[in-house]
Design a protein around this ligand. Structure first.
Ligand code: ADP
Ligand code: MG
Length: 256
């Protein structure tokens, strides 16, 4: 029997910053090998949803399950926190995040950047990690940049290094928050190609993006978030080709 348990299940998730309600009951299920894109206007809660999913942010209500294992909470409402630190680390390291601004360490080489977390967080053997890091850097097309520092690379190369760094954690899923938004259009495509290749090899991914073409081309499922709620969702051809809600139609007409 193949394992059918979804990698990530989010049920009725509520998140507020003080009085500001940002997520108002969101459900998302990412099965193994599936790619889900999250689209929506700025401020609709996309980044918050990703950050709640991998427990970088607390949420006040609702459940998060990683491979069927519910996050254990203590406290209620604004005081709710993950109860089990080991579980938190296990989930966070298995849902590896790639950020818009790459977030590479400026004082470390590209190779050191990719090797850092597997060694310090996961306690892996240095030689083994180095071999993997070189392999993932080659995979994203910058195997020749191991000894360079981030500032010596183009934005597209830095983002590919950040993707290699996420891969080197050997996570169950990758979470991307606007991975191409900081890039010039000609550099965007080299990152899109890497993400497409990862989708084709069956990686589980949640991708927040403003790039509707990428969302269409790489996703199995697209979710349109509006003011903290899922307004519409579906297969990319349906959602982009035959949007139902007026808000989605309007959003798509502005983001062509
Ligand atoms: P998106 O990624 O869709 O643009 P965000 O998830 O970043 O949206 O933000 C959703 C809302 O939450 C916005 O109104 C934003 O100002 C607010 N917000 C995000 N992060 C914080 C924070 N750390 N503290 C207070 N408000 C926040
Ligand atoms: Mg955002």
């Amino acid at each position: 029997m193949p394992d059918e348990t979804p990698v990530i299940q989010i049920r009725n998730l509520h998140k507020q910053y003080g009085q500001l309600e940002v997520l108002k009951g969101v459900d998302i299920t990412a099965s193994k090998g599936h790619v889900i894109s999250l689209i929506g206007s700025s401020g609709s809660g996309k980044s918050t949803l990703l950050r709640c999913a991998n427990l970088l942010e607390d949420s006040q209500q609702g459940e998060i399950l990683f491979k069927g294992e519910p996050v254990k909470w203590k406290g209620k409402g604004l005081a709710r926190r993950p109860a089990d630190h080991k579980q938190l680390i296990r989930i966070r390291t298995n849902l590896s995040m790639v950020f818009q601004q790459f977030n590479l360490w400026a004082h470390m080489t590209i190779l050191e950047n990719v090797m850092e977390a597997p060694i310090t967080v996961l306690g892996r053997d240095r030689d083994e990690v180095e071999e993997k890091a070189r392999m993932y850097l080659t995979k994203v097309g910058i195997g020749d940049k191991c000894d360079a520092y981030p500032a010596q690379l183009s934005g597209g190369q830095q983002q590919r290094a950040a993707i290699a760094r996420a891969l080197c954690m050997e996570p169950e899923a990758l979470l991307f928050d606007e991975p191409t938004s900081a890039l010039d259009p000609e550099l965007e495509q080299e990152v899109v190609r890497v993400i497409k290749a990862l989708a084709d090899e069956g990686r589980t991914m949640l991708i927040v993006t403003h790039d509707m073409k990428m969302a269409h081309d790489v996703s199995d499922h697209v979710v349109f978030l509006h003011q903290g709620l899922i307004e519409e969702q579906g297969a990319p051809d349906d959602l982009f080709g035959n949007p139902q809600s007026e808000r989605l139609k309007q959003f798509l007409s502005h983001s062509a």
